[in-house]
Design a protein around this ligand. Structure first.
Ligand code: NAD
Ligand code: 89V
Length: 339
């Protein structure tokens, strides 16, 4: 299976390493508007076909899928071009700049008959996945409360300076992952109430968000995110969980420790992710999930299955992001059906 990658920036190297690790898959072409990044990445991964213009790359073809690793403003045009070229698509989060664009992108891929998956990888982190699987297997009965929490003071702006520049920050960039985990754990959402704050004066967007979600299956969850939390140990980039069910409780604590308590039993497991050969702490957790989600994409293409984080699925996560900003701006509870 041959792929092409667009966007040779900060995060793309993880994706290229992960493609290298999948048997029978090779990235044959690269595209970036920045000549320096294109050359450096092409040399590092030994990829000779290089383009500064995605349209030229699609016209030349010779690949089955495209990995769109650019930031959101370019996603709609690139997804639509890929669909027109008839290639399958994996696209980074945030899926789009607004929900209208996201819906148009899903429609374009549907019309072309190509698979469109969003690189929504946090629910694929092995520690988070262990919790999702335990919950789905009924380990604590029927859940009725959940807290999905990501609090850190890690300097994300050093590697991704654009995060400090946008009017929107934490819900759109990080909260989108944490809201997606809440969906993976507790299902769809009927209402959301959110409050936001900017604590760091050097950035433009909000760096703290606290969200209350009422899920259609009866769970109430709190999704809280912060990049302004100075604490030890620094837990970046761990998502912590506390879930109450009718038969017990489940916790994913700092240090990747999963505890399930039911009746008289109290079991704690180490669910720490491995540090892959090309990965480094503390990013290894995210890096492993990149490898897992890309394998899932390839497995789905080979087996004709719809990916779990398909574009159509991700519309519901994206709608939560939009609804959270609306709720915070208007100071009210927002029904998802409003979007
Ligand atoms: P970046 O700005 O470092 O890199 C983006 C690259 O894309 C740049 O080199 C830019 O020149 C290129 N580019 C943009 N538009 C283009 C176009 N139309 N044609 C060709 N090249 C184009 O960004 P990044 O930090 O690597 O982030 C990329 C995406 O990955 C973002 O959407 C970000 O949210 C996401 N991300 C995801 C995770 C995760 O865990 N899923 C982690 C970090 C970043
Ligand atoms: O995963 C991400 O989307 C990254 C970060 C972990 C820094 O929020 O942008």
């Amino acid at each position: 299976m041959k792929g092409a990658l667009i966007g040779c920036g900060f995060f793309a190297r993880n994706q290229l390493h992960a493609w290298n690790d999948i048997d029978g898959v090779g990235i044959v072409a690269l595209c970036d508007r920045d000549a320096g990044r294109l050359a450096e990445t092409g040399d590092l991964f030994g990829i000779d076909r290089r383009y500064s213009d995605a349209a030229e790359m699609f016209a030349d073809g010779g690949f089955d899928f495209v990995d769109i690793a650019t930031t959101a403003p370019s996603h709609r045009l690139l997804v639509e071009a890929a669909a027109k070229a008839g290639v399958h698509i994996i696209c980074q989060k945030p899926f789009a700049e607004n929900i209208g664009d996201a819906r148009a992108m899903v429609a374009a891929a549907d019309a072309a008959g190509t698979v469109l998956m969003v690189h929504e990888n946090f629910r694929w982190q092995s520690a988070v996945r262990a919790a999702i699987e335990a919950l789905r297997a009924g380990a604590i009965g029927t859940p009725f409360f959940g807290r999905v929490s990501f609090r850190s003071g890690y300097d994300v702006y050093a590697g991704q300076p654009y995060l400090a520049e946008g009017k929107r920050f934490i819900i759109e960039d990080l909260g989108i992952h944490i809201l997606d985990i809440a969906r993976a754990l507790f299902g769809e959402v009927s209402t959301i109430t959110a409050s936001t704050r900017r604590v760091n004066p050097k950035i433009n967007g909000e760096d703290v968000a606290t969200m209350l979600l009422v899920h259609t299956d009866g769970v109430t969850s709190v999704v809280d995110c912060s990049y302004a939390t100075k604490r030890e140990p620094e837990t970046f980039p761990e998502t912590l969980l506390e879930i109450d069910g009718t038969e017990g409780t489940l916790r994913l604590d700092a240090g990747y420790r999963l505890t399930i308590q039911t009746g008289g039993s109290n079991e704690t497991r180490d669910v720490a992710p491995p540090v892959l050969s090309w990965a480094e702490r503390p990013w290894h957790n995210i890096q492993e999930s990149v490898a897992i989600i890309q394998r899932h994409f390839v497995d789905c293409l080979r087996e004709g299955r719809i990916p779990e984080t398909a574009g159509a699925d991700n519309l519901n996560t994206f709608a939560l992001v939009e609804a959270a900003y609306l709720s915070a701006a208007e100071g009210r509870t927002v029904k998802l059906e409003e979007l």
